[in-house]
Design a protein around this ligand. Sequence first.
Ligand SMILES: O=P(O)(O)OC[C@H]1O[C@](O)(COP(=O)(O)O)[C@@H](O)[C@@H]1O
Ligand SMILES: [Mn+2]
Length: 640
Amino acid sequence: MEEKYYKLLKQNFVSKEAVLTEIINLSAICELPKATEHFMSDVHGEYDAFNHVLRNGSGSIKEKIRDCFPNFTVEDISELATLIYYPQEKLEAQKILFLDNAFNQYCQKKLIELLKVAKFASQKYTRSKVRKALSENFRYILEELLNEVDATAEKKSYFSSIIQKLQQLGELSNLIVSLADTIRRLTVDHLHIVGDIYDRGPHPDKIIDRLIDMPSVDIQWGNHDVVWMAIIAGSPLAMMNVVRICSRYANLDILEERYGINMRAFIDYAERYYKPSSAFVPQLTEGIRISNEESELLNKLQQAAAILQFKLESQLIARRPEFLLGHRDVLNFIDFGNQKITLNHRVYDLISFQAPTIDPKDPARLTEEEERMLKHLLENFKSSHKLLKHVHFLLENGSMYLRYNGNLLIHGCIPLHENGDFKSFRIGDKAYAGRELLDFFDFNVRKSLSNPKQTNDFSTDLLWYLWVGECSSLFGKEAMTTFERYYIGDKSTHIEKKNPYYELRENQEIIKMILRNFNMDENGHLINGHTPIKEKNGENPIKANGKLIVIDGGFSKPYQKETGIAGYTLLYNSYGMQLVAHQPFTTVEAAVNKGTDIISANRLVEQVEEPVRVKDTNIGQSLMKNIADLEYLFEKYDLI
Ligand SMILES: O=P(O)(O)OC[C@H]1O[C@](O)(COP(=O)(O)O)[C@@H](O)[C@@H]1O
Ligand SMILES: [Mn+2]
């Protein structure tokens, strides 16, 4: 086996010297500073804000400009940064402002500045990596220009002749756009999305399209992602939940326009059975207006989806006693005649509870019409090419957790008992806890999606458990009180009690224990999303003596009034980790025309004594293994 392996390896090299060259090349890469990782989470469909933070690299671009041009004023930095964030829009705005000649001069000046920044940003990469970051159309010209930007006097005319030619051919603007893209790509090397791309905001689909085009990205699934994935895995229950949330946040466009799902039959059904009710008034983001008619329709759709969700959930609870969700079988606790419900031995009045299609004797039963409609609608969802593409992207590039460069990334939590022990989830005679539990969930997410035709199988049902279950690492609460929030006035029933993890995670010993359970070094960090940090109440996103960082992006507009800011993102480069706080994003126009940025503060999480090098990273570890193999090959070259 060993021998075969080295024979194969040898085929990649024409000579012993070629092996040596590769060893030198890889060893040099290992000594380079570690590239920048960017962490975002809970983007919740807010494409413009997400796109802005992606473009400004949470402040990394401005930092590069500052380091490259120490004499630049704040205004100079902001000007150039805007051009790098939004090159197309910025150039168009400048064109209107200037006469032709002045515009050309502007372009020339900016091109030189951009080349200098690009050269500066490429310092920590190999030439081959920089070449890959240049757009194919302009690769040769850009390489020339990058080489010559600091040209000596005799080469100056060569440099300017290239620029003049580009100007004559009307290509200078395109080159600037391409160079700005390269700078952004060189500044942030890898992106982590720590869950919750979907729901509440209007454009999750655009976010995923953007992620698909990114060179290096991974995703840790959030509860709001898994519930969309569950639809493609065949769950009508997850589908009703998604329809309910889309109606609640006036986002039907995602389904109808973007994913091409025909909602006609469902709309018809909801119109026939439901009247608007105050608990179901759609939640609108500030500044968004809809007509009364639309609002009433969304109201009825939300009610219809909610009732169907509760029926299907009741069926699931009955067929999965092992999920221990019996106490959440709300429809079975209702006294329909008196419009009351008994929860935890207490009786509550139901408010505006409309259930026109429920048979009190068998409340979980779907009517024939509902059976047919749901079957049809599910087929519709499952034949949306775009949705399939997006879910498969999430599946292939995502996981329940990720261990990356010493850090552990998890959207929600690790379920714990109050005493800090791992809380286990029992299925049959096996109990899963900690890392084993997350591996079990991960395995079943993949299994359910490999059998999309099965709708009631264990794996598909488990995806619903991930949405509402007490031992779900994505939910992290005792129970989801959707029913109570809609129909019960007593607010104490609305509370969703968090898993003890959320208190215990303040303690660094707990985080170390979790890292050990994941077979990781205690020096690493745990990175979470999921829970908005209420900065205005003084909550600190850096916990457990710096070992745990919560980066709920707070992008979700409806939640910004609670948090007081638009949330956090994280950067990890060769100098350490920085947490970045963001203000709410306004519009692209304001960003382009006024240079409005949304970064309010950077906070150092940890500064390393020695800059982290590639050899200290995951990629570095595998490069070192390659080097060891190549060294062996080099030594025995003539014998193999
Ligand atoms: O405010 P909304 O959109 O009705 O959602 C409330 C529900 O969202 C949840 O907070 C889950 O969503 P998050 O993952 O964004 O926290 C549930 O616990 C809660 O019942
Ligand atoms: Mn979440």
